[in-house]
Design a protein around this ligand. Sequence first.
Ligand SMILES: N[C@@H](CCC(=O)N[C@@H](CS)C(=O)NCC(=O)O)C(=O)O
Length: 241
Amino acid sequence: MLKLYQFERTWGIPNLSPFCCKIETYLRMAGVEYEIKPALPFGAPKGKLPYIKDNSETIGDSRFIINYLKSNYKDLDKGLSDAEVAISVAMQRLLDEHLFWVLLYSRWQYTDENWRVNKKAIFGGLPPLIRDMVANRWRPKIKRQIYGHGIGRHQIEEIFTLGKQDIDALSAYLGSKQYFLGDQPTTLDASAFSHFINIIGCPIESPLKEYGLSKNNLLDFIDRIKKEFYQDLESSDSPLA
Ligand SMILES: N[C@@H](CCC(=O)N[C@@H](CS)C(=O)NCC(=O)O)C(=O)O
């Protein structure tokens, strides 16, 4: 059976990594059976989670994993026109390559309290003696990535202004549709669900979360996907319950 390597589930959401959550959501939407292997990025083929193992293949990066799932299991985007595929790719890049960095900033850099909560969620499973050592080495590394990406060079207010623009774009495009590209779930829905639930469904406080919580159509979208694909999520510890 296909094995999905990802962070341990926490915070009452499918995964604290939007990329891991995207793959698990795609697998559920596509009806593919899988087994979860809780992991940290140390042993990952590209140094990042998620990755999968299936038959003799090991694949890292959510985009290549989805390409593999489309070829070997089910293509959720099969019915899309070329123009819809173009929108889907552009919006996924917005989510993965821009909005994600605002989220990362809010978890690793914005406030010490957010860092404390984030650290516990990611590294809490490690033996106490090495937990702090690993976490305190990881934090400057991620901060360097945030600076290298470019988002980390802006003022705090500017960073959140950019993130809010992304949320506006997503909310406006979804409008009153059931899914982003019609009435059937596609890869874009798996991706948007995963990024957005990580913004509004976690105990990480920020202007981004506050703004996300004001977008009722996105909140309803999250609710719909949770009801359809994540009935097993423990609603008691979900901030959205
Ligand atoms: N492009 C990758 C991004 C994956 C990614 O950034 N994963 C993060 C967790 S959200 C990670 O494992 N980071 C570890 C690190 O950067 O050291 C994908 O689409 O899978």
